[in-house]
Design a protein around this ligand. Structure first.
Ligand SMILES: [Fe+2]
Length: 122
């Protein structure tokens, strides 16, 4: 069962595990009910809670992905310099991905974390 926590603004907390529900949905503790994710199978709560427990690493990984997306857009601008129609969309994409990168940096910072190299996988 998931209930809204009075302590955490707009967050839902799993009563069983006392962790924030990633879906912010009171009836979706099993994750199968979320239509937005269109999952084909039920996600185990164990996986969900391990992911929540590794949120700092996930955010750092997310930040690296945003940075890589921006870098890829810029690389494509250099690779396809003979295609002027691609320059503006790729430039906009690079800027957008860097904005995402900065947003994730903000989340990491708000949680008291520091962006850095990723830890090697276990
Ligand atoms: Fe992005």
């Amino acid at each position: 069962m998931v209930t809204r926590s009075p302590d955490l603004r707009k967050r839902w907390v799993c009563e069983k595990h006392h962790l924030p529900c990633p879906l912010a949905a009171p009836k979706a503790c099993g994750l199968r009910a979320c239509p937005m994710l269109r999952l084909r199978s039920e996600t185990s709560l164990d996986w969900v809670h391990r992911a929540i427990g590794a949120m700092d690493q996930i955010l750092i990984d997310h930040a690296h992905c945003e940075k890589k997306a921006a870098s890829t857009a810029i690389n494509l601008m250099f690779r396809y310099q003979d295609k002027p129609a691609l320059m503006r969309p790729l430039s906009e994409l690079a800027r957008e991905e860097l904005e995402h990168f900065e947003q994730v940096l903000g989340v990491i910072s708000a949680r008291g974390g520091v962006f850095g190299r990723q830890a090697p996988p276990p």
